[in-house]
Design a protein around this ligand. Structure first.
Ligand code: ATP
Length: 936
């Protein structure tokens, strides 16, 4: 089938293809540019991730500061108790031994010792004062990118934990430090996960988009889909405000606003010289409960800093979050009840606050994506376990072991500091045994590196504590002599506009306002050189103060101008680079455009060619369609004719069927007619036979008497005629000579009987004539009584005209019997052929068999040959002659009047008759209903 062509739309299709091609080219160009940009971006990201972040970018500048030691005396539990220590001045304490002290008993004299510290806090000093004095400068340092270590030292129950942590209502250094830190950087914090730990003590920077993805993954999604109970999350949130916590309002002023900040905390303890992570989520087993924590190992990072490997660091965004972490860690901390302290710390705890800061990008929007410009500063707040005398604590078992380890680690700390001092004073260069204890190993960086180290020596003024306190004082005094390198404040001199975060915020606010007001033009970002000039009026000629203020102001203004110029130049450079890039892109695009235009020209030419080809094909298609229509008409015409013929054939077939049925009906009618006629004939014959039978019997008796007289002839005559039963079946009636009655066993027997009569003759004597019997029979039998085929009449010609077909098998033995059948005209055959039956009207079959007494019995079956409708012949047997040859003749005996018939007569006769039913014609036919003959 051909489709109808769409001539006009083809042009439109071509135009569409052309425009699609152009569009595709444009898209390809855009994709190419995007790919190039992404590649450059990913290269930048790869370069960024490959670097290890620097810990800090300041240098020591060769300056050193001694470890600052503060002394805090706790109040007595019993105000009336004797004291062994009293502050003499803000820096000096005096240690007075009690009379019971070991030193007093040993020396026998009560000697007083004075110790000078950075500051001495008496028992009335508040937590706030201690914090402001000791820890606030350290918080300032951490914000300025410096490291600091603050630890509390003292004997057990001297107030170390109280000083470091305090109570919710009376907070110690740690919570206050967190408060101040968040008060200072709260609004300058980067979004969560912008700074991400690299698990090697460093941090990497993520874009805000990546950080948002991580927030969704870690914080939002687990909240939406809570974890299974087998891995319990953090304990329920604690509201610290409910516990009466009062925030410290202090704030560090000098914070770089053009930086972004993030706070990470970790909480570890050193217990029995093993490091444990107090914030680690312990695996939970429903049967055994929480699994015990695994100790951590210490490692050195790329900057030779010690850190706890695989330690959990939590990013916190508010003091409350920090307190949750602190609370969680404290619950896990090893605390025990001892004789000297109800809640004695059995481990050294270290709470690390790490502040990560990085400058903002030039727009003041996001963190600058440069890992080299990241500063990590750390404040370690350490609550040491208290040294204790074994005999005083009366510890045993586990507590005793703990105490041993605590004392051991404190001893190592003492040794390390002594060694350091010695090295610093004498340049001894001895190896400091930091590795002897985890406590000293972990703080190695603070003593070897730069930063600030402060110690608060806590003292219990109880007189009984004198002997131990004196050791603490000695250690504290010695520690003050150890020098630690000073850190420099971090400054990111990148030449970026100072105050860009603030300006950006102002600009954003202005844009929002302008959008709200509608018509007002959107303001552009402006840069300022700082505040206006200070008052310049000189009070007197030597007013150096005003001049100094002016000089500072001008210096600051100059600095700002320089920074702005730098920023401007940098931006110019960037702009130029972008312009060059764009110019390159432009020229490349021009080249591509020319290329594309030439491709387009080629394609247009190709399209024109295709259009002319299409026109030619359209014409060709028109011609083909015309032909197709004509063929279509012809086809339809032929189909109509074929349909007519089919109908005619169908009609004729129906007519034939009808004729056939008609013919069959007529045939059946004729058959019925014939059957009725036959039935009538049969009935007539039966009535005729009745009279004839009587006559035959009479004659038979006559014949018997003749035979008896001569004693030579034995004759038996049997007639079997089927008589119709009242029910339409057949009944067999046997006629025989008197005294011999034979009855057929069944209808089958009757049907087997082919001839109505039989005769037996012996040849051993002269004989009577069977012929006379034959004639007798023939004379009494009416010709028309033949029951088998009414259509073929028996020949009525004389015996002279009869032509016999004498059928003798080749094995026939000729006997010299006197009595022979009379066959005037005969044709002898040993093998019967159909053609032999053509001229014959009579048929005789001769068979021979030996008898039991050695004689030969010859049987002659005779019958009429009748032509059949199929062109063959049928033999109706009607006579049987039996010739017996016996030897030698026995003396003559008088026979009984009714001799017994031979026993085998009936069977033989029947058997042979069956054998005679041989097909003589070349084709098969159905058996007729007649039981007297066999049609062949
Ligand atoms: N300055 C102080 N003002 C009021 N109470 C204090 C002070 N110092 C300590 N205390 C109290 O003294 C007790 C013991 O103090 P703390 O637990 O802090 O001692 P410690 O040195 O940490 O002991 P340990 O080494 O055994 O852990 C606590 O009940 C605490 O409240």
């Amino acid at each position: 089938m051909f489709c109808s062509p769409l001539k006009t739309p083809i042009r439109k299709i071509f135009q569409k293809i052309r425009s699609e091609d152009q569009e595709k080219l444009r898209q390809l160009e855009i994709e190419k540019l995007q790919r190039e940009r992404e590649e450059t971006k990913s290269k930048a990201v790869r370069n960024r991730k490959g670097r290890t972040p620097r810990k800090r970018n300041g240098n020591t500048g060769g300056q050193q500061d001694p470890v600052e030691v503060y002394c805090r005396i706790r109040p007595l539990d019993n105000p009336d108790a004797e004291v062994c220590i009293k502050p003499l001045s803000p820096n000096v304490v005096q240690l007075c031994p009690s009379e019971n002290s070991v030193a007093a008993t040993r020396n026998g004299q009560l000697r007083e010792y004075q110790y000078t510290f950075q500051h001495v806090f008496d028992e009335y000093t508040s937590q706030k004062a201690v914090f402001d004095y000791v820890a606030l400068p350290l918080v300032e340092d951490i914000i300025h990118g410096k490291n600091s270590l603050l630890f509390t030292y003292g004997i057990t129950s001297s107030g170390k934990t109280y000083t470091m942590t305090g109570h919710p209502k009376d907070q110690g250094i740690l919570p206050r430090a967190l408060d101040v830190l968040f008060n200072s950087i709260g609004g300058l914090q980067a979004k969560k996960y912008v700074f991400k730990p690299d698990k090697m003590n460093g941090f990497e920077i993520q874009t805000e988009a990546d950080a948002m993805m991580e927030r969704q993954k870690k914080d939002i999604l687990p909240g939406i889909c809570p974890k299974t109970p087998s891995t319990p999350r953090m304990r329920d949130k604690i509201d610290f405000a409910d516990q009466g916590r009062v925030c410290d309002p202090s704030k560090v002023e000098d914070v770089d606003e053009d930086c972004s900040y993030a706070v990470y905390v970790s909480y570890i303890e050193i217990y029995n010289n093993f490091v444990y992570d107090l914030l680690e989520e312990l695996p939970y087993d429903p049967i055994t409960g929480y699994r015990p924590p695994q100790s951590k190992i210490l490692r050195t990072d790329g900057n030779d800093n010690m850190y706890v490997f695989n330690c959990v660091e939590v990013e916190i965004k508010s003091p409350d979050e920090a307190f949750e972490v602190l609370y969680k860690g404290q619950k896990r901390r090893k605390v025990a009840h001892t004789a000297l302290n109800a809640e004695s710390s059995r481990s050294h705890s270290i709470f690390n606050i790490r502040l990560i800061q990085a400058p903002l990008d030039p727009q003041g929007e996001e963190v600058l994506q440069d890992s080299d410009k990241v500063c990590i500063s750390q404040l370690s707040l350490v609550d040491l376990a208290g040294s204790e005398r074994m005999n005083r604590t009366k510890n045993s078992g586990e507590r005793l072991k703990e105490a041993g380890n605590i004392n051991q680690s404190l001893m190592v700390l003492r040794t390390c500091l002594e060694m350091l001092r010695e090295n610093q004073n004498n340049a001894a260069g001895k190896m400091v045994p930091y590795r002897d204890s985890k406590l000293t190993h972990i703080f190695k960086n603070y003593f070897d590196g730069d930063g600030k180290v402060r110690m608060v020596v806590c003292v219990n003024p109880k007189a009984e504590e004198y002997d131990e306190t004196i050791h603490v004082m000695k250690f504290a005094e010695m520690t003050q002599e150890v020098l630690v390198s000073r850190s420099q404040q971090v400054r990111f001199d990148l030449g970026l506009t100072p105050g860009r975060r603030h300006l950006n915020q102002q600009h954003r606010d202005a844009v929002v306002k302008a959008q709200e007001l509608g018509d007002v033009p959107i303001p552009v970002m402006t840069y300022s050189l700082g505040s206006s000039f200070p008052p310049l009026e000189l009070i007197h000629a030597d007013d150096s103060k005003t001049l100094n203020i002016l000089a500072d102001f001008l210096q600051d203004r100059y600095n700002r101008r320089q920074t702005l110029l730098l920023d401007f130049e940098k931006k110019q450079e960037q702009f130029r680079a972008i312009l060059i890039e764009l110019e390159k892109e432009n020229s490349e695009l021009k080249g591509t455009k020319d290329e594309m235009e030439s491709i387009l020209d080629k394609k247009e030419k190709h399209i024109k060619k295709l259009e002319s080809k299409v026109q030619f094909l359209e014409k060709k298609q028109d011609g083909i369609q015309r032909n197709y229509r004509e063929i279509e008409w012809e086809k339809r015409d032929l189909e109509n004719k074929l349909q007519d013929k089919n109908q005619r054939v169908l009609r004729e077939r129906n007519e034939k069927e009808r004729l056939k049925a008609d013919f069959r009906a007529r045939l059946e009618m004729n058959n019925n007619q014939w059957e009725q006629n036959l039935e009538q004939e049969r009935k007539k014959m039966e009535t005729a036979y009745g009279g004839q039978l009587f006559e035959n019997r009479r004659r038979m008796n006559l014949l018997k008497s003749i035979v008896n007289e001569n004693g030579q002839i034995e004759t038996e005559t049997k007639f079997k005629t089927p008589v119709p039963t009242p029910r339409g079946g057949r009944q067999t009636r046997t006629y025989t000579t008197p005294g011999v009655i034979q009855t057929a066993k069944s209808d089958t027997d009757v049907s087997k009987i082919g001839t109505p009569r039989s005769r037996t003759a012996t040849t051993s004597s002269v004989v009577s004539s069977a012929r006379s019997m034959q004639n007798l029979n023939r004379g009494t039998t009416p010709a028309k009584t033949a029951p088998y085929n009414t259509r073929h009449r028996r020949s009525k010609s004389s015996s002279n005209a009869e032509v016999w077909l004498d059928h003798k098998p080749s094995t026939h033995v000729k006997l010299d019997t006197v009595l022979q059948p009379e066959m005037k005209k005969k044709k002898s055959v040993s093998k019967l052929e159909v053609k032999d039956t053509k001229d014959a009207s009579k048929y005789c079959l001769t068979t021979q068999e030996t008898t039991s007494n050695g004689g030969i019995k010859t049987k002659l079956y005779k019958g009429d040959v009748l032509p059949t409708a199929g062109g063959g012949a049928a033999v109706v047997f009607n006579d049987l002659e039996t010739l017996r040859q016996t030897s030698p003749p026995r003396p003559r005996k008088r026979r009984s009047s009714c001799p017994e018939p031979p026993a085998d007569l009936e069977g033989d006769w029947t058997d042979t008759e069956t054998r005679c039913a041989i097909a003589m014609e070349g084709h098969a036919h159905k058996r007729t209903k007649s039981s007297y003959g066999t049609r062949v």
